[in-house]
Design a protein around this ligand. Sequence first.
Ligand code: B12
Ligand code: SF4
Length: 499
Amino acid sequence: MRVLFVHPSPLMYSEIYLRLEPLGLERVASAARDAGHEVRILDLQVFRHVDLDRELASFAPEAVGFGLNYLANVPEVLDLATSIKRRMPNCFVFAGGHSVSFIAAELIEQAEGAIDAIVKGDGELSTPTLLATAGRGGARAASEVPGIVTANGASAQPPPLLESIDMPVPARDLTRRRSKYFIGELDPCASVEFTRGCPWDCSFCSAWTFYGRSYRRASPSAAARELQRIDEPNVFIVDDVAFIKQDHGEAIAREVERLRIRKRYYLETRADVLLRNTAVFERWRRLGLAYMFLGIEALDERGLELYRKRTTTDANMQALEIARKLGITVAINLIVDPQWEERQFELVREFALAVPEIVHLTVITPYPGTEIWHDQAKKLTSRDYRLFDIQHAVLPTALPLQRFYEELVRTQSVINRKHLGFAALAQTFRIIARQLAHRQTNFAKMLWKFNSVYNPKRQYADHLQEVRYELPLSTSDGLGPRSASDLYVHRRSVATSRR
Ligand code: B12
Ligand code: SF4
């Protein structure tokens, strides 16, 4: 079959800092290609809708698969799927990814025939089976494939979990315009996966429910070989929590040293992991680890408990000290509660100005698949998919909504100005000069975008747009109190290693 995989457009609010290759889509595309299909990828983060039209005309795909990791992309995908079905009624249209796995049945209904099937969970095993079945018997037969949901219902079998994440190797050769992928000054930047899953269970997060709390590790030799294959000088390690297991991180480091791979890295981890496994971060610092994102989330014990972070403010502050000593630039995330008033924003501004780290703010958002969805979904003030990007408030705000955004953006711009202060600017210009010499312009463009993107009027106006597609309240996993394991997409854990 000729299969076209499509990643939707970026969300404006994330594009300002980064734009990264669609690694999950590349892995699924690779699995489909290994199964004998003719495969292409079109990433709408770096191409436009007219390019998709051209691709549909020239490639004439028999199947189109959309990546739907993000709820905010659902309206765009519904519109694209509808127009593809109108234009090519025999084309098999399917979707897969993180968010769509939690709303599969509802989305099939909402698509009114434009989407034939949804792949829940890991896509590498199910997709080739789905394509083979669709090729033989069309959409009707597809509902028999484990982990697949169609208009005929869901397969009784849970989605198959990939035992080893060493294979398939992502089809990076299929993503075009790769120089457009970057994160901050790591420009251009590729992505790599060393582990999959997270053994913690934070109440606002769906990473652990998606993988049924399983945790899988790539073999050190496969991980290093993959780094070796990457052309870009910079790499984003996409693991939910990097280097949970010190020995695993050390073993990959040994291979990287043996192969003399030299790159600069960005990763995300937890403060307690950094405290416990400092040695492995130190070693990776020597190998090129330059940036680290720490999900601190709250500045007080009450908040940490509420989000079930299972860490303490002391541990968080100690971790920041360690990162500073190691010379790693740290961005920390804090969760904004819509119930905040001016005083709480003021405290965050004071904190952000007092620490050298970059402080990033995200607004608490109940996503299907999280525990807070079950307590909070009934309170939602909007179910417009596009607002579920953790930069908008979809729960009631204590301040009038406009005031809330004014405070939020004011806090974000204080933080932004701090990093564009005089000393930072001098350094920034050196980086830009170096990158322009290599024709990389993503970072330079990003710096000037902040004010046009983060604008309280614009954020407020986003709530006033016409809403054509709403996130359904009765998602497959239902509402109301339930046991955590009822939320899992993958129900069988492999290679589970708890903390
Ligand atoms: C890397 C990452 C990013 C990258 C995205 C790079 C890219 N273009 O794909 C960046 C940093 C840009 C990013 C941004 C955001 N992210 Co993000 N991100 C992740 C992260 C940490 C890993 C994703 C990844 O690459 N995993 C490795 C690959 C191999 O797995 P995968 O993508 O899930 O793909 C597998 C399956 O999902 C499936 N699959 C995926 N696509 C497809 C397509 C088809 C057709 C099929 C059949 C199957 C399939 O098969 C794949 C192989 O098994 C996840 C957490 C997680 N554990 O998933 C959060 C996560 C997906 N992100 C999240 C969020 C909230 C965001 C932001 C909204 C945050 C923000 N405001 O900045 C933005 C929005 C991005 C946008 N739309 O523009 C949430 C999603 C919540 C939700 N329910 O919507 C997650 C779950 C994090 C979390 N813990 O809450 N993110
Ligand atoms: S927030 Fe981080 S540590 Fe908590 S469950 Fe999600 S990925 Fe794991």
